[in-house]
Design a protein around this ligand. Structure first.
Ligand code: GMT
Length: 378
C-alpha cells in the first residue's frame, strides 16, 4: 500500500508512534510518505520506500496566525496526486484530521477518493480537543474519518464521554520495537552516571504541567533520604526552571542530572533502576512502556491508560495522582531489596512483550485494508 502519514515531528509520543509505525510498515513492503513541517525526530533513515515531504507555511505579515492546516491540506492534495497515495493516516486530531478531511474533499472534485484513518493520542482529546474553542471541529473531523483508532481503552472511553461520536473507535495500543531495548546490562556505561551503590531513578517527559514533575522531585527526595540515589531527568519544557529551583531548595542539585532532549533514551534507560511517571493524565504512557521494555519497573499515577500498561504489583506500582507518600513508599519497597528489584525488572520486561510491534502493527494494516475495501464498495 502507499500510505501517507501525518504527525507532529517532535519528541512527543504521538510523533514517535507515527514514525515507528511508518518505519515498520516500510519494512513490511509498504511505501510510506511522511507529510509534516519538519523531518520527524526518530526518522533517521530515508530509503526507497520511506519519503518525507515538508509542509511550508510562508510568513505573510497580514496573518496574525499563519494558516498551517491550509498549507497541510494543499500539500496532502499534491502528494496524494503525485505519489498516488492510497490512504492517509493522521496522528493527533488537531489540526491533522481536519486538514485531511479538507484534502479529501478537494480530491473528490478530481474523482480521487483517499480514505482517512485518524489515531487519537490523548491530549488532542483530554486537554486541548475538548476545549469549546476546538470541540465542534474535532467532533466533526473524528466523525468524518473513515476509521478512528485510540491508543487505549481509557482514551476511547474519554472520547465517547467528551464528544458526540457516531464512528466506531478501534483500540490499537501503542507498541515498541523490543529489539532496540534488548541490551544486556553489561552494555550500559552505568559507571559514568553513578557509583555502584547508588540507585538510578529516571524520568522522561516534555516537562509540561500535566506531567507533575514536582512530584518526580518529591518522590526522589524521599528515596534519596533512605538510600544513595541519582535522578536522571530527560526532556525540556515549561516546568524546567521550577524543577531546578525545587532541587536547589531541597539541596539535591548534585544528585540530579538534567539531560534536556535526548536521542539516547534507550541508553539512559539501560542503566536505570526505576522510572517515575506521576502524570495528572496520560492516555497511554509510552515513556513507561519504553522503560519497561528496558527492564525498568515503573512508579506511576493510576490515571487514564497507564493501568493498561503498568501492572500494579507486577511491573511496578500505581498510586492516586499527587499521592507522593504512597509513590515514595512503593519506590523504596522495590529498590531496597536487590532480589525484589530484579523480580520487578524481569516482570517489567515481560509485560512490555505484550506491546511488541510485531503484534500491533498488523492491526493497523488490517484497518487500512478494511477501510480501503469499504471505499471500493462506495
Ligand atoms: O504526553 C505528552 O505530552 C505528549 C503526547 C503527544 O501527543 O505526543 O502524548 C500522548 O500520546 C502518547 C502516544 O500515544 C501517549 O503515550 C501519551 O500518554 C499521551 N499523553 C497524554 O495523554 C498526556
Amino acid at each position: 500500500m502507499k500510505i501517507g502519514i501525518v504527525c507532529y515531528p517532535t519528541f512527543g509520543g504521538s510523533g514517535v508512534v507515527a514514525t515507528e509505525l511508518g518505519l515498520e510498515l516500510s519494512k513490511r513492503g509498504h511505501e510510506i510518505h511522511f507529510i509534516t513541517y519538519n523531518q520527524p525526530v526518530r526518522l533517521e533513515l530515508l530509503s526507497n520506500n520511506v519519503h518525507y515531504h515538508e509542509v511550508n507555511v510562508p510568513e505573510y505579515p497580514l496573518f496574525h496566525y499563519q494558516p498551517y492546516e491550509l498549507a497541510l491540506s494543499s500539500k496532502l492534495v499534491d502528494m496524494v496526486k503525485l505519489h498516488k497515495i492510497e490512504i492517509l493516516h493522521v496522528h493527533y486530531a488537531i489540526p491533522h484530521a481536519y486538514a485531511a478531511y479538507m484534502a479529501k474533499k478537494m480530491l473528490i472534485e478530481e474523482d480521487i477518493y483517499v480514505p482517512i484513518v485518524t489515531t487519537l493520542h490523548g491530549t488532542d482529546i483530554t486537554l486541548v480537543g475538548s476545549h469549546p474553542f476546538y470541540k465542534p471541529a474535532v467532533t466533526f473531523s473524528i466523525n468524518k474519518s473513515d476509521a478512528v483508532t485510540a491508543v487505549s481503552s481509557s482514551l476511547k472511553k474519554d472520547t465517547l464521554r467528551l464528544f458526540d461520536i457516531k464512528n466506531d473507535i478501534n483500540v490499537v495500543p501503542n507498541f515498541i520495537d523490543l529489539e532496540k531495548y534488548n541490551h544486556g546490562f553489561t552494555d550500559c556505561q552505568r559507571g559514568m552516571m553513578a557509583n555502584d551503590d547508588e540507585k538510578i531513578i529516571t524520568h522522561i517527559s516534555n516537562l509540561r504541567p500535566v506531567k507533575r514533575v514536582e512530584d518526580v522531585i518529591s518522590v526522589f527526595y524521599n528515596i534519596q533520604k533512605e538510600m544513595p540515589a541519582k535522578l536522571m531527568f530527560i526532556g525540556e519544557g515549561p516546568e524546567r526552571e521550577k524543577v531546578e529551583r525545587q532541587c536547589e531548595d531541597l539541596d539535591i542539585t548534585n544528585k540530579v542530572v538534567f539531560f534536556g532532549r535526548s536521542n539516547e533514551i534507550n541508553k539512559i534507560l539501560c542503566f536505570s533502576d526505576l522510572f517515575l511517571l506521576p502524570s495528572l493524565t496520560e492516555s497511554f504512557g509510552l515513556a513507561a512502556l519504553e522503560a519497561m521494555a528496558s527492564g525498568v519497573p515503573v512508579i506511576s499515577s493510576n490515571t487514564g491508560g497507564i493501568p493498561e500498561v503498568n501492572i500494579h504489583g507486577i511491573s511496578g506500582f500505581l498510586s492516586d495522582v499527587g499521592d507522593v507518600e504512597d509513590m515514595s513508599k512503593n519506590a523504596i519497597y522495590i529498590l531496597e531489596d536487590p532480589k525484589r528489584l530484579q523480580e520487578f525488572k524481569d516482570n517489567a520486561r515481560k509485560e512490555a512483550l505484550k506491546f511488541d510491534l510485531h503484534n500491533i502493527v498488523p492491526k493497523y494494516e488490517a484497518i487500512y485494508e478494511d477501510t480501503l475495501s469499504k471505499c471500493l464498495v462506495l
